[in-house]
Structures are given as structure tokens and as C-alpha cells.
Design a protein around this ligand. Sequence first.
Ligand SMILES: [Zn+2]
Length: 251
Amino acid sequence: MPLYRIEAVVLSHRYLGEADKIVTLYSREKGKVRAVARGARRPRNRLLAGTQPYSHTDFLLFSGNGLDSISQCELKESFYSLREDLRRMAAAAYVAELYDLLIEEGENNEGLFFLLLSTLHLLTDGEEIELSLRYFELRFLSLLGYQPQLFRCVHCGSSTKEGPLRFSGQLGGVLCPDCWGQDGRAVSLAQGTVEMLKRFLTTSPRALRVFKAGPSARRELAAALRACLEYRLPRELKSRRFLALVQGDGF
Ligand SMILES: [Zn+2]
């Protein structure tokens, strides 16, 4: 049976029988992969540590009929606090569910792998979980090819440097006052919030700590990015309720 190696993050796991589990991985080399981890729920099993949710692990897999199986794995980073702290856990579950839901198996995008790793680092070490998620959402949409139009009106193309703006998730960008009627569900967005979104596009994750945002900018960022994501989602996110429960509504 052919063997192959991948470096991956565990997005989720599901129990199978008494001792096995099926893991969904997002890998650097092959994108999303589902695989069986035999015996991984037994104490002291050699696959136990590397197949926990959010673990960053090197895997050796073999492909056969049906699902691939994990032959060996070596844990690189456990992201332990994402499984211990409820707020961080809820945020990580949300990120993992978006990867699971919006990316098909066989779609390979190394940028998405590195975004996942850097987001898990932000959620593990950072104090600013909320802005980390907003940053992640925008970069994730961009890497999937859905980067919202922030630099001019998405409908008429006119400059949006002045005046109040709205954001349409359905049209995928900002609307000038003349075009607000194009989407009755468009949400208000102050100029400063649009500028922050533009800066997210060019800022490295490490530089995110210099960003400051007040309550109204946070609400606007959350509403705009949520509208954009929900337009792309095939169903409601299960993790959203958990996130709202531990972080507060509108998070
Ligand atoms: Zn317009």
C-alpha cells in the first residue's frame, strides 16, 4: 500500500468503534485529508497525542481502499491551551469548522495551511481573541478567492474615501451612499473600520497586537465579516453558538 507523508493540523476527530477515530486534517501538501487513526483512543497509544484536535503533527499515512490510515505520527506542537481554556477552545473550534465546511478535499493551498497555524498561535498566546478572529476571517476569505472589495464601491466602482459606507456580504464589498439600495441587509461601516480591514490585508499576524479597536468598530467588523462568510456557507456553523455562549453575542 502506498505510503505518504504530510505535515498537518488536526481540525476535528470523531470516534469510531471502541478504540479508533476518524480525524479530519488540514495539510500543507494535500489540503484537507480524512484518515482513520486505529487505536488512537487507547491510553499510551502512539497515535494519541498527535491526533488530538488542533495538534500540529507530521503524519505517515497509507492509502488503501476507502479512508487512508495513519501509520505513524510525530507531534510538533500540541496547542494544549486551546483544549483547556473555554474561550480559546471556542475560537479554535470556529476556525476549524470553517476549514472543514468551506474547503473541499483535494483542494491544496499552502497559504491556508500557514494561515491556520498562525491563527492557532494567535489564539494560544494572544490576549486579543476577538480581533484575531476578525483578522483570520478576512485573510481566510481572501485566500479562498472571496476577498471583499474595500477600495471602491462594489456596485458602481466609485471612490469610497469619503462619506458613510455600508457593507454588503452578498455583493462582497463596501457600498457608497448612492448604492445602499442594492442590498437592504448591508451593514454600516465607518471609514475607520474600512481602513482597519484594509490594514488587515497587509499586516503580518505578529503585528496584530498593535491594533486597537473600540466597541463600535468591533461590532462593525464582526457584522461585516459575518455577512461575508455566511453568504458562502452551506449551513449554519455549529461552533457559532458555542462561541456566542462563551464570548458573548455578536462576537
Ligand atoms: Zn456605488
